[in-house]
Design a protein around this ligand. Structure first.
Ligand code: HC1
Ligand code: SF4
Length: 567
């Protein structure tokens, strides 16, 4: 592969496609706005300019390495140019940094500080454009866009949607939707992946923090929280811990400290989801109808299917997502136990996901006219609440979930990683049909970060063909294979975010393959040491099915735990 010289040091080329990767490996963390290892190369921000002997000044991200090349990263010229780029961006940027919701995590702010930009010599942005507040999940502030195009490429390349694009020319260039429509009026599925890559406050998560504080401080309300699988292995990152560190007990403790009345686990209703969905699959297999079944826990996928593949809606499982099953059982059953009306029990979801905000607001998910889930906070938002309450998170003791809705099996925990829902269904079905000799079922072919995974499993004397997909561009590929007859399956798990919920749009700042892999790794490790392995091992869930519904997959469960799709 050869060698090259970076700032006087000889460095091996290890198969990298561009200079930037080698320079960063050599310990020089060149700044960039528009470079993401998982997106195509755009080369527009010019922050990674370096001087080379052979080609002069080049953008490191878009220059392939050459044997013997001499590179200098830190010259008078490159330093001056980098500062100039930041200054020019700042000149055209709404600089209300102290109150911006991205403050402290904005890359522009950070780099201005890091590169020593002390003044902006150019004119100020003249008029302020209105914010787009129409989406339930995402806020767009065009005044803060620096035209890096990260959102454009994310939405197009990973999600296959292309909601964002450049419009107009020269100094009038903006990133906007088609015909400049409001976000609620385009096909955005609320996955928040664009927010994940936006370096500034141009795209942010719609905050519900104030609503939650109000509920906590309302003496007539009790706040009942649920924590999604993927939150517990990521939240620590907001407090300097490594990606993948399990902080479940600290989250419970923190929530109690800020005044949340009951802290439960989404795992409880994830076990319910598996049981309902697996039974639905068994019925469909028996009748040979509406196959393949598609999972329905990802609200971004459900919206995608409604918009682009309405003909497949009969195939989508009628199960509500674990988040919505939780809201429903709390408002319909648990509220009674507390002697409260549904409107006095405030259900708070803590999710890695931005689309869950949209899901919670869907009109079909209500009890007695009030929403089943009152507010959804992302991993980052709940960390923000802990910060507002001055909680020393890493020093918190570990607390256990409240009961009975605080118990979940390992099969429910793995929902948080791509393939987890399918593996959970396999565990349940094998447990049903395998008799006593069935021990632990670790179904490895559906694990991992690959975009499309295929697997076979023997269940009930049949061979089931399974597929697991993450990312909507991959999903579209799989659907075309299905529709063209090139492939056929019995069951398909779809998660819109790369790697599944561990890579959700509401997860902490660094949300790349490395972070996602670490988070998923810890989820499987926690599952490995968990005694309750299959959903049917969860005694509390089995008991709840009997007490509340008198069985599984029946009229009662359909009322509380299922939904219908209107094409
Ligand atoms: Fe998910 Fe799910 S796994 S959708 O990815 O089915 O958000 O974590 O909570 O509802 O359980 C998200 C995660 C989450 C639901 C479950
Ligand atoms: Fe939300 Fe998970 Fe779907 Fe991403 S994959 S949009 S985090 S439910």
């Amino acid at each position: 592969n050869g060698k090259l010289i970076i700032d006087g040091r000889e460095i091996d080329i290890q198969g990298e496609k561009n200079l930037l990767e080698i320079i960063r490996r050599a310990g020089i963390n060149l700044p960039t706005f528009c470079y993401h290892s998982e997106l195509s190369i755009y080369g527009a921000c010019r922050l990674c300019l370096v001087e080379t002997d052979k080609m002069g000044l080049v953008a490191a991200c878009s220059t392939p390495p050459q044997e013997g090349m001499v590179i200098r990263t830190n010259t008078l010229r490159t330093r001056r140019l980098r500062k100039m780029v930041i200054e020019l961006l700042l000149a055209n940027h709404e600089r209300e940094c102290t109150t911006c919701s991205r403050s402290g995590r904005c890359k522009l702010q950070l780099l201005a500080h890091q590169l020593g930009v002390k003044e902006v010599r150019f004119g100020k942005r003249d008029k302020k454009v209105p914010l787009d507040l129409t989406s339930p999940s995402i806020v767009r502030d065009p005044n803060k866009c620096i035209l890096c195009g990260d959102c454009v490429r994310m939405c197009k390349e990973v999600q296959g949607l292309g909601i964002w694009d450049f419009a107009h020319r020269g100094s009038k260039t903006v990133v906007t939707t088609a015909f400049d429509k409001e976000l609620s009026d385009v096909a955005c599925v609320n996955c928040g992946q664009c927010v994940s890559v936006c370096p500034t406050g141009a795209l942010t998560v719609k905050s519900e923090i104030d609503k939650v504080w109000n509920a906590i401080h309302d003496p007539d309300k009790i706040v009942v929280a649920q924590i999604a699988p993927a939150v517990r292995v990521a939240l620590g990152e907001e407090f300097g811990l490594n990606a993948g560190e399990d902080v479940t007990g600290k989250i419970v403790a923190g929530l109690k400290l800020i005044g949340v009345g009951r802290v439960f686990d989404t795992l409880f209703t994830a076990d319910m989801t598996t049981i309902e969905e697996a039974n639905e699959l068994l019925v469909r297999l028996e009748k040979n109808e509406n196959l393949p079944i598609f999972t329905s826990c990802c609200p971004a996928w459900v919206k995608y299917c409604e918009q682009f593949h309405a003909d497949l809606l009969p195939n989508v499982s009628s199960c509500r997502s674990p988040q919505q099953m939780f809201g429903s059982v709390v408002k319909k059953y648990y509220a009674k136990k507390l002697n409260k009306r549904p409107e006095d029990v405030f259900v708070l979801s803590i999710m890695p996901c931005v689309a869950k905000k949209f899901e919670a607001q869907r009109p079909e998910f209500t009890t007695g006219g009030v929403p089943d889930v009152d507010a959804v906070l992302t991993t980052v938002e709940i960390a923000q609440m802990f910060k507002e309450a001055s909680i020393d998170f890493t020093a918190l003791p570990n607390k256990a979930f409240d009961n009975p809705l605080g118990v979940g099996s390992g099969a429910a925990l793995i929902f948080g990683a791509s393939g987890g829902v399918m593996e959970s269904v396999v565990r349940y079905v094998s447990g049903l049909t395998g008799g006593d000799e069935v021990g632990r079922i670790d179904f490895l072919p559906v694990r991992g970060m690959e975009g499309i995974k295929k697997a076979y499993v023997k269940a009930g004397g049949k061979i089931l063909k399974l597929a697991v997909v993450n990312g909507l561009a991959n999903t579209e590929k799989l659907i075309s294979m299905l529709k063209s007859g090139e492939a056929s399956f019995d069951a398909i798990e779809v998660m819109s975010c790369p790697g599944g919920c561990v890579g959700g749009g509401g997860q902490p700042e660094v949300n790349d393959t490395v972070a996602r892999t670490r988070r998923a790794g810890e989820i499987y490790e926690m599952d490995r040491v968990q005694q309750l392995h299959k959903p049917q091992d969860n005694y509390f869930v089995v008991k709840a099915f009997e007490e509340w519904f008198g069985g599984v997959n029946n009229h009662e469960t359909h009322h509380a735990l299922h939904t219908t799709y209107v094409p």
